[in-house]
Design a protein around this ligand. Structure first.
Ligand code: ZN
Length: 166
């Protein structure tokens, strides 16, 4: 996964070697959450179940063996290439301790980062709105009415902060 230009300086200088070690030495080229192999095309159902060609069995999104699907796999299935990326489990690119890194396929990476991406989208929207308010007066309602106060569920893991300052 490409590194955003504004985050480049948060990564250690040996990030390529560290990422390679996590993906191909520690994880042996397989996703550490679901077990999909790097660089291969995998047949999967859209709910996370996938066909493990090497072990001749179906696995779920956590890599556990599951029963053969009962539905028609030709209508529900699809092929996808697997690309492993080194993910920060705590979403902090400046913390590159090995226990905070995991080799994840693109599906597991998106599932893991989803809440963080939603939180950042909210923060960027509020940041832009605040800048607009600062320099151009109150933000126009047209086109910005979808920006509402950040729900408590997105702050501090769902618990309200100890001090509210508005
Ligand atoms: Zn995976």
């Amino acid at each position: 996964m490409p590194i955003r230009p504004e985050h480049v300086f948060l990564y250690p200088i040996d990030w390529p070697q560290l990422s390679h070690h996590v993906r191909f030495v520690r994880a042996k080229g397989c996703c550490e959450h679901c077990g999909r192999p790097h660089g291969e095309r995998v047949f999967h159902l859209r709910d996370g179940r996938w066909w493990d060609r090497n072990r001749h069995c179906w696995r779920n999104g956590q890599g556990r063996r599951v029963r053969r699907p009962t539905e028609d796999i030709l209508t529900h299935g699809a092929w996808t290439p697997v690309v492993l990326a080194c993910a920060h489990l705590n979403h902090n690119p400046s913390d590159s301790a090995l226990h905070q890194l995991a080799a994840l396929c693109q599906r597991c990476h998106m599932l893991h980062d989803g809440p963080e991406h939603r939180r950042r989208r909210w923060m960027n929207a509020h940041y832009r709105r605040a800048l607009g308010d600062l320099f151009y007066g109150p933000y126009p309602v047209l086109g910005a009415d979808w920006i509402t106060p950040t729900p408590i569920s997105m702050l501090n893991g769902g618990s309200p902060p100890s001090t509210w300052f508005w």
